[in-house]
Design a protein around this ligand. Structure first.
Ligand code: FE2
Length: 523
């Protein structure tokens, strides 16, 4: 069996006798021995051979031992160098130690002593090399661990993004998208609260249509909560984000103008459909140590992008009618939150209009149009300032002019997506008068769409038959007088006749009463 190759040793000395003795002794012991008479020769040996240990004299011609040690150290600091000298000095000792010399032998040197030194030095060198390898291995492991962590984080990110995408694809209505959006924002960014506002160019302020709080996933917040939660973020911030269509992150919200003290961190992301702003999603962190980071904003923006696709897809390919309706009806619910009269009034006007339309033998399609237009006819009031809309007393002329803009605002909102042209027309014309003295266009007679003429009678009837903050509801006989009196001036005479006969049967009264007790909603 072949014995393992022993170490290669280099002896450097200008005294040949020393080289001969060492060479013979260590060769017999099985080492491979190389010799050199000075530093220059030694370096040329090192060029050819992988030397495991070098013993060198100090004083030699051409290149002395100290310079040699320095050269070896520069080439490969794992080769141990042992100095052999007959004249040790403190200065030499210090120099040699600086150059990686591992031991110092004083001549005359005993061969046994030399061998012991060799074994010790080689052993140390092996430990040194092993130590270096071990260090590299540890560094490698740490790197792998950090790569693994990075990978896990990326997988988690992808899962989150996937979760966002799948969640929206499962929603079947626009209102569902808004609700899912706010719930997801709270869940994924660990926010305290989230609100989705619809932005419409016809309205000067954002309109909150959905909100969620942490810990209440799946439970819809009440209309009052919706108002309270949405009021925490100043309107200017929502409108700024909507205007720039770029997201906003404020990690530390304390002390910022317009914020309540409890708000620690804020994110706002726009939701645009075909580059046109449609809404804004906001999240806030109250109290605690949690703060939003860039990554949370990335998630929030990803959510609004996918919500936009979902809304667009729903509107384009599935239930166009119902989804647009649910989008717009969110406005009606929002009006109801601040002005419950408008919402209930809209329901009653729709019911009465449909009774009249049926009696006039309108088609099922016309009844559908009337249903939508009736529920949304005053939707433009969301664009009217609260101090005017909710004013308890009589309006000034100027305030009345502002209120009158609601029919145009409403028509613009409904027409925003380029659909529902007939509904849009009816909403625009519901305050036109038969004799041409109405608004906004002063249309006359049959130039006013039939369904708008029907809606106008039902609208006035319900307004007079309702309690308002500034007056009590009127007696029925008085209402009938007013409507009769408006025949041909305010109203289409034929429709007034039909209203009178329907009223006489009690059908109108019953429909309104029925709504008052069951409050059935939009359909
Ligand atoms: Fe109106």
């Amino acid at each position: 069996m072949a014995t393992a190759q022993k170490e290669k040793i280099l002896f450097v000395d200008d005294e040949e006798s020393i080289l001969d003795v060492a060479s013979e002794y260590f060769s017999i012991k099985g080492y491979q021995v190389f010799t050199a008479k000075n530093g220059v020769e030694a370096l040329s040996v090192l060029d050819r051979e992988m030397i495991d240990c070098c013993f060198t004299d100090i004083n030699m011609p051409e290149m002395d031992g100290l310079e040699l040690a320095e050269n070896i150290n520069k080439r490969d600091n794992t080769i141990p160098v042992v100095i052999m000298t007959g004249y040790p000095s403190l200065e030499n000792t210090i120099r040699t130690l600086k150059n990686g010399v591992v031991d110092f032998l004083i001549k005359p040197i005993n061969l046994n002593q030399l061998e012991l030194c060799l074994k010790r030095v080689i052993n140390q060198q092996q430990l040194f090399v092993e130590n270096i390898l071990l260090k590299k291995e540890i560094e490698g492991k740490a790197r792998i661990e950090s790569l693994n962590l990075e990978l896990l984080q990326k997988i988690e990110d992808l899962q989150t993004l996937n979760h966002i995408m799948n969640d929206f694809s499962a929603v079947t209505s626009s209102a569902g998208v808004f609700n899912r959006l706010v719930e997801m924002a709270v869940e994924i960014t660990h926010a305290s609260e989230s609100v989705f506002y619809i932005i419409n160019e016809a309205v000067t302020q954002p309109f909150a249509v959905a909100a969620a709080r942490s810990g209440t996933t799946g439970a819809a917040v009440s209309a009052i909560d919706l108002l309270n939660i949405s009021a925490r973020i100043p309107n200017y911030m929502i409108m700024d984000v909507a205007g720039d269509q770029s997201p906003l992150l404020i990690s530390e919200g304390n002390g910022l103008h317009g914020f309540i003290d409890e708000i620690k961190s804020v994110m706002v992301a726009p939701l645009s459909i075909r580059r046109k702003i449609f809404g804004v999603l906001s999240t806030i962190n109250l109290d605690g140590n949690s703060r939003f980071a860039e990554k949370d904003l990335y998630y929030l923006t990803y959510m609004t992008h996918h919500a936009a696709y979902a809304i667009e897809n729903l509107a384009l390919y599935e239930n166009i009618y119902e989804n647009l309706f649910s989008t717009i009806y969110a406005f009606v619910k929002a009006i109801g939150a601040k002005d419950s009269y408008t919402e209930q009034h809209s329901n009653r006007v729709t019911a009465v209009s449909k009774i009249l339309a049926k009696r006039m033998e309108c088609s099922p399609e016309e009844l559908d149009i009337l249903n939508t237009a009736g529920l949304l006819h005053d939707i433009g009031k969301i664009g009217i300032r609260d101090d005017i809309l909710l004013k308890p007393g009589k309006l000034t002329d100027e305030e009345y002019e502002i209120i009158k803009t609601h029919s145009i605002i409403g028509a613009n909102i409904v027409g925003q997506l380029g659909l529902w042209e007939r509904e849009q027309q009816i909403i625009r014309c519901h305050h036109e008068r038969y004799d041409g003295t109405g608004y906004p266009d002063g249309l006359k007679g049959t130039a006013i769409p039939l369904l708008a003429r029907i809606l106008s009678v039902a609208d006035v009837y319900d307004a007079l038959a309702s309690d308002r903050t500034y007056r009590k509801k009127m007696e029925e006989a008085r209402i009938m007088d007013i409507i009769q009196h408006g025949k041909g001036s305010f109203f289409d005479p034929d429709i007034v006749d039909i209203f009178m006969s329907a009223f006489a049967t009690g059908e109108i009264h019953d429909a309104v009463q029925c709504l008052a007790c069951s409050n059935p909603g939009p359909k």
